[in-house]
Write a new protein. Sequence first.
Length: 310
Amino acid sequence: MGNMLFTPKGKSFEEMAGAYSALYTPFRKDGSLNEEMIEKVIGYGLSRGLKGFYLTGSTGEGFLLSKEERKRVYFRAAKAAKGRAKLIAHVGCLATDDAVELARYAAKVGIDWVSSVAPVYFGQNFDAAYDHYKRISSATDLPFMIYSLGADIVPDRDAKFFDLKNVKGMKYTNYKYWTVQALRNRLSKEAIFFAGADEQVLPALATGIFAGCIGTSQNVIPAHFARICALAEENNFAEASALQAEVVRFVEQLIAKPNGSWHKSMMKYIGLDCGEGRAPNGRPLAKAELKELFSRLDALGFVKRNDARK
């Protein structure tokens, strides 16, 4: 059998395969951006085998950050990575002009790829999305990654996005993997795909469509995902399935409460305080809630308390 991580040929795709975290944007107690913690979180992920980081996406609360805050995230991430990791900047904004501005800044400070969700609130139709992606992807010479979040792929329609300048990939967060295969079959150029559903990374990789994964859980248990990707590359699905089963147990705890601060506080458990979620995504946890969260993680047995401090 051949390797299961599908990495296209071409300079844009070199060294791209593997596990990425959708980086949490860390805040201080006063709600301001914690730039020093960005470097610590990236350092931890790299030490546990991550290939790169997806910046200011859904997990990174990008739509709740100012443009200046997002630029600072890009700058500090580029400084921290120093060529040791691939960086993908999600620049999606309500206004296309703002996304274009962020894309140009990302290119300026050394980000490797630019990405965006489709238009939100306004322009939720194909023509508007096409124009949105066209302007963002043509704003720089960086390769562009579509972020398909919870939407169904329509292969004949969505293949048109890849006719645009620099559109060369997709982060797909959904479960209909056959539609991604059908989309790829319709493309006239090389493109790379990443799986975005943490609880189904191994099933996604088993299709041979994806080059790796990008997700939230990779912040807390990065070694699990780095190892799953490595084992999939070796076609060792027996060992990988045991790790994926642990990931599912972790995700069950991650989504146990609809509060971004619950999710983010898992970083405190491993020794990296990223603060609370920004309203309305997150509400501060009471001491009892934090104790409950830590007890749940203790019970899992495979999430290591203060692992980032070791």
